[in-house]
Write a protein that binds this ligand. Structure first.
Ligand SMILES: *Cc1c(COP(=O)(O)O)cnc(C)c1O
Length: 428
């Protein structure tokens, strides 16, 4: 595929921006390619700088559940901009947004808005530490919670050992406070909590993992986390930055019936603008400044443009709550058909799906955690990615990400996607 204009923009971008991109996975490194530069997007489609059209499954990494540039969301942003873009003072919009989140999440009594998912998780962890007076935290391998220092730690040499920095620049002393365990491994959690229970402030988890590719929690795993955290006075944090309003109007906690103490949100609740939020039990949230003493702040937090885009998005989702089931069925059908195409060519793949998010792993074994996901053949994924991209389908440029359907995706889009896959596999 020739994409000369994108190629030349990339060559210019790398002169001024590290790696040419403002977030690493956009760089197409892991699919042995260079990024397509985008000019515009509408509905289920995204268009590159040469005007080429793609059916988009990246969905800006999750937010665009209504499709791109939804007219009502665009109108809400425009109307808000005409009233001013930021005041640094409270607005009614923030109350409306907070109420919508509180109503949608039974475990959330109060909520604080921030400007990214990273800020949401970072602040929720500070709050958990401040509330419990404990320093250690537990996270799971392959779960991503943004790029704050405490969360860029990785597992040490054994289960329940102290963490090590996951990136240069993360202080060892901080990484040591993060215990990283295998996802879906109840025994590992018990071992860690046995060893450090009284020192652990919180366990943070993506209730459905989306950042090692889609990995579902095994039966009873979340319940086990809920029970053990209660027993030891540890706060349970659900990072629903992806799953919030993705699987239903609310979070995976509404589906699983497991209530965390704190919930982190982002992506969909910003309707495509930079937003995050964290909320939970009133007695915990009231420890936050200025009500309490745990400090947290943001110049653009609760920004009127972002609130307007988010509120409009949530309103539309609420009005069309029945559509989630249709989206689920459509995604299920697409996944089944794609799996059949691979099966027909004897290419071993495993499809994991939760509602409208899915990943096709290039492996023959079930994917239940990071180490099984890591068995995937990333070279084959790269080949598939490049083949299907050349035929007008935009997937995440990494094996370890989710694909997302939106309410704007049509049956025709599904057919075109299957045709593109068929043609790609024909020339395999
Ligand atoms: C995207 C994501 C984040 C980080 O959000 P940003 O807005 O990129 O900072 C945190 N947690 C999860 C589960 C995410 O998918």
């Amino acid at each position: 595929m020739s994409n000369k204009f994108s190629q030349s923009l990339y060559e210019e971008a790398v002169k001024y921006i590290p790696g040419g991109v403002n977030s690493p996975v956009r760089a197409f490194k892991s699919v042995a390619s260079t990024p397509v530069f985008i000019q515009r997007a509408s509905g289920s489609k995204i268009y590159d700088v040469e005007g080429r059209e793609y059916i988009d499954y990246v969905s800006s990494w999750g937010p665009m559940i209504l499709g791109h540039s939804h007219p009502a969301v665009v109108a809400a942003i425009q109307a808000a901009a005409e009233r001013g873009t930021s005041y640094g003072a409270p607005t009614e919009l923030e109350i409306e947004m907070a109420k919508m989140i509180v109503e949608a999440f039974p475990s959330v009594d109060m909520v604080r808005m921030v400007s990214s998912g990273t800020e949401a998780t970072m602040s929720a962890i500070r709050l958990a530490r401040g509330f419990t007076g404990r320093d250690k935290i537990v996270k799971f391998e392959g779960c991503y919670h943004g790029h704050s220092d405490s969360l860029l730690a990785k597992a040490g040499s054994g289960i329940a050992t102290l963490g090590i920095p996951g990136s240069p620049g993360v202080p060892r002393a901080l990484a040591e406070l993060t215990i990283t365990l295998p996802f879906n491994d109840a025994e590992a959690v018990k071992t860690a909590v046995d060893a450090y229970g009284e020192e652990i402030a919180c366990i943070i988890v993506e209730p459905v993992a989306g950042n090692m590719g889609v990995v579902l929690p095994t039966e009873g795993f979340l319940k086990m986390l809920r029970d053990i955290t209660r027993r030891y006075g540890i706060l349970l944090i659900f990072d629903e930055v992806i799953t919030g309003f993705r699987l239903t109007y609310g979070g995976f906690q509404n589906i699983s019936g497991i209530s965390p103490d704190l919930t982190c949100l982002g992506k969909i609740i910003g309707g495509g603008l930079p937003v995050g939020a964290f909320g939970g039990r009133k007695d915990i949230m009231e420890k936050l400044a200025p009500a309490g003493s745990v400090y947290q702040a943001g110049t653009l937090s609760g920004n009127p443009l972002a609130m307007s885009a988010g509120i409009e998005t949530l309103k539309i989702l609420k009005k069309n709550i029945g559509e989630y089931e249709i989206l689920d069925r459509r995604t299920s059908l697409l996944c089944k058909e794609l799996q059949l195409l691979f099966d027909g060519r004897d290419i071993p793949v495993r499809t994991n799906r939760a509602g409208s998010m899915f990943t096709i792993f290039f492996t023959s074994e079930a994917v239940i955690d990071f180490s099984s996901a890591a068995q995937s053949n990333t070279e084959l994924y790269g080949r598939y990615f490049r083949g299907i991209l050349a035929r007008g389908i935009s997937l995440a440029p990494s094996q370890f990400e989710a694909s997302f359907l939106s309410f704007a995706h049509t049956d025709e889009d599904m057919e075109k996607t299957l045709d593109a896959c068929r043609l790609t596999l024909k020339n395999w």
